[in-house]
Design a protein around this ligand. Structure first.
Ligand SMILES: [Zn+2]
Length: 299
């Protein structure tokens, strides 16, 4: 399996590097996609194996990674994976990890102090973990000079003090990975339509979670779109009505996916999801019946 740790793409004057936390065989297709139909393997199995699907074990290959964006002006980290030492008994794959994530960031030439913005597309367990690290028994912000950008809708939904009926794990995620950042004065709540600069635009992508946002990076004639969990697996490009079982509002999730695919096809954007196996990012083409995905061009 090709891991492509630290692979870099060029979008106009901006470089984008994947910072890996986890990559490997994970959920079975029907565990991820309620409407999974194994008949699609006839048409798509040839490109899905081995980087996106393991036929011998019937498992999807999934990644958990961050996107490191370096513009001429800012260094930005999109989504922060699961983090080390987090107590996640309900998510065994993410429980008490000890991964060299910060070493991989340094290998890409960036120290935690260099990050100007952290943007979490949404507040699920695998998108906020490295927001904090354990220091002398306390969770402290991993990126001391960063503003952490959260959608205010997401903050309101996942805050246990506002929503007492959240499951225990969601409460713990918010408490150890979001609250310490806010307590340190580093949180920045944004609307679901907002911007970090003229070339970094925030747009709503609800459905997977109520306040999920995506980030559009415009540079020169090119555009990259960081879509969070609008899609979890490349087969969803070919079957955009297939939701993950983790999508909270199925109808909204399909609408957001269709909108992203239309947009990326229209502008031939590089689409950068959080969980696709190698090569992790690609461009969308509109076909006669649906969409297709083109990989390539990373260096
Ligand atoms: Zn995710």
């Amino acid at each position: 399996m090709n891991s492509n740790i630290g692979t870099t793409w060029q979008i106009g004057q901006t470089t984008v590097t994947r910072i890996e936390e986890l990559l490997g065989p994970s959920l079975q297709p029907e565990e991820l996609l309620a409407t999974w139909d194994p008949a699609v393997l006839k048409e798509h199995g040839h490109w899905m194996a081995p980087n996106f699907y393991h036929p011998s074990t019937n498992q999807f290959v999934m990644s958990v990674h961050s996107w490191l964006i370096r513009t001429p002006h800012h260094t930005i980290l999109v989504d922060t994976c699961c983090g080390n030492a987090k107590n996640r008994p309900a998510s065994p794959h993410f429980h008490r990890l000890d991964m060299p994530y910060l070493d991989r960031l340094r290998c890409a030439g960036v120290e935690p102090e260099d990050i100007d913005y952290v943007l979490c597309t949404h507040l699920h367990v695998d998108h906020v973990g490295w927001n904090t690290r354990l220091l002398d028994g306390r969770w402290v912000p991993t990126f001391p000079n960063a503003k952490y950008v959260f959608s205010s809708k997401e903050l309101q939904f996942w805050d246990p003090s506002l929503n007492p009926h959240l499951p225990e794990e969601a409460r713990e995620v918010f408490t150890d990975s979001v609250l310490p950042v806010i307590a340190a004065g580093q949180g920045q709540a944004v609307d679901t339509t907002d911007q970090l600069s003229d070339s970094l635009l925030i747009e709503p992508a609800p459905g997977h979670t109520p306040g999920q946002i995506l980030l559009r990076l415009l540079s020169g004639q090119d555009e990259g779109v960081f879509i969070g969990d609008v899609m979890h697996h490349p087969i969803q490009v070919y079957h955009p009505t297939w939701n993950s079982r983790f999508c909270m509002d199925p109808e909204q999730a399909v609408n957001s996916r269709m909108r992203v695919l239309d947009h990326c096809a229209e502008r031939h954007c590089l689409m950068l999801p959080t969980h696709f196996g190698a090569p992790h990012a690609g461009r969308i083409r509109r076909g006669a019946a649906s969409f297709s995905l083109e990989f390539g061009e990373a260096r």
